[in-house]
Design a protein around this ligand. Structure first.
Ligand code: ADP
Length: 198
């Protein structure tokens, strides 16, 4: 039998839906990596890496980082089979339909296993973001990012539904309860034995 293989996951959801928190818990549960493009850019900007500094200019304005930069960063990570084979959870990528198409190309034949849409109403995410205190969480920045979510990222819900990969879960409630809902949804759709022989 080959090495342990977890699911290949994408988390969708508005800013403040809890993607980062749930992604971390899933990564720990399945012993696989959590890749957050937002966190990757924050870390590389802090380290003075040119692509990170360029990304930061967009992030500070609440704009999306251009696809070219984001896709290059993800493609570079996933060029290493050791990053892909144990499974992974992506959080904050893809964020546009073009990025989703690029991701298909990067992953090749097996593709993704499950896309989890964490559904939380706007009023709830606004309360959570107000409490978060991150540098780009200004009132204007949050409004802009939520607008971009609706216009650029929400179409991915239909994109993945058509590919029969989508599951929507209720993201309101305690972190533990949401975690259990996400796990149950994945378990119902991902068969580790099949993945292992793929
Ligand atoms: P949030 O979900 O609150 O926006 P993230 O950490 O996911 O937080 O993203 C922070 C910022 O990083 C975004 O506002 C955007 O500027 C940039 N970013 C992250 N991922 C992407 C992506 N896939 N495409 C374009 N920009 C991105």
């Amino acid at each position: 039998m080959s090495a342990h293989r977890g699911p290949r996951l994408v988390l969708l959801g508005k800013q403040g839906a809890g993607k980062g928190t749930q992604a971390e818990r899933l990564a720990a549960h399945f012993r696989m990596q959590h890749l957050s493009t937002g966190q990757l850019f924050r870390d590389s900007a802090a380290a003075g890496v040119p692509a990170g500094l360029e990304a930061k200019e967009y992030m500070d304005r609440g704009e999306l980082v251009p696809d070219k930069i984001v896709v290059a960063v993800v493609a570079e990570r996933f060029a290493n089979p050791a990053e892909v084979d144990p499974g992974f959870v992506l959080d904050g990528f893809p964020r546009t339909e073009n990025q989703a198409i690029e991701l298909d190309g990067i992953l090749g034949e097996r593709g993704l296993d499950v896309v989890v849409d964490i559904d939380v109403p706007r009023e709830v995410v606004l309360d959570r973001l107000a409490a978060r205190n991150r540098e780009d969480d200004t009132e204007d920045g949050i409004r802009r990012r939520l607008e971009l979510y609706e216009s650029e990222t929400k179409p991915l819900v239909d994109f993945y539904r058509e590919r029969r990969l989508l599951v929507t879960i209720d993201g309101v409630g305690e972190e533990d309860d949401v975690h259990r809902r996400v796990l149950a949804a994945i378990d119902a759709r991902f068969d580790p034995l099949r993945a292992d022989s793929a």
